[in-house]
Design a protein around this ligand. Sequence first.
Ligand code: ZN
Length: 276
Amino acid sequence: MNERYRGIAYDQLFLPRLTGPEIGELAKAGAMVILPIGAMEQHGPHLPVFTDTLIGEGILTEAFKHLTREDHIWLLPHLPYGKSNEHTGWHGTVTLSASTLLAVLMDIADSLAKTGFQRLVLFNTHGGNIDALNLAARDIREKTGMYVFRLDGGGLGDEKDLLTQEERMYGIHAGDSETSMIMVLHRDWVHENKLPNEFPPITSDWKLQFSNKRFAWLMKDLSSSGACGNAQLATEEKGKAILASAGRNAAELFKMMAIFSFNEKNGPIGFLPRER
Ligand SMILES: [Zn+2]
C-alpha cells in the first residue's frame, strides 16, 4: 500500500483524490485551493535535498488536522521544484528559472479559474521562492480575477522560545529549525554525525542584513558547508513543537483567507458571512 497520501489532509481534503465529476459538483464559489510550493536543493551535509518540500507537507498535515470539509479548503499536490538558483552548482539542486516558475503558477491558476475556482493560496516553504511568488500572486489576481493569498512556512511556527536569537537572525538554511523538523518527519534521512554549525560572517552592527537593507547573495558567498545555522542544537521535541504550532497558525490563517473579501461597493475590506 502507498502510505504517502494518508492523514486528514489526504484522506478527506486532497483535491486530486476526487473524480472529475465530483470536482464538477463542488460549490466552488465558496471553496479555496491551496497550492504548496517547495524546492529540491542542497541542504548541507546532513539533510536531504527534499527538505523544504518535506517541511511543507509536514506543516500542511498538521494544519489540516484543524480543518474539516465544511471549511471547503482543498489541497493540491506539491510543486516540488522552486527557484533555487542561490544553490546552483551544488549537488542535488534542481532549479526553475523565475520566468518558468511564474509561467507554471499562472498555468495552474488559469486551469483552476477556468473550472470555477475563485480562491487560491500559494503556500511556500522555500525562502528563494518568495519574491517570485509575490509577483505571481498579483499577476494571477490581475489576469484571472481570483482572490490570491500568500503564506510562507518560514517563521510561521512559534519559534521565539525555541531558537536562539542568532538562529532566528542568521539560521536561514539547514540550521536548527529545519533540522529539528526533518528529525520528526524522516529521522532516518538526517545524518546526525554530520550536523554543521556555521553562520554567515555578518555582525549585528552591520546594517546590510537579510532585511530591507539587503545584498544579493549566493549560498557559496555565505557558507562552505551549504548550511547557515547551528544544526547541532536540533532536537525532535523542538521540531514537533515548531510543526504543530506552524500547522495551527496556518489553519487559522487559511480560515481567514477562505472568508476574506474586498467590498465591491468600495466599503471596508472584510469577511464574507460564514454560511457559504
Ligand atoms: Zn530549507
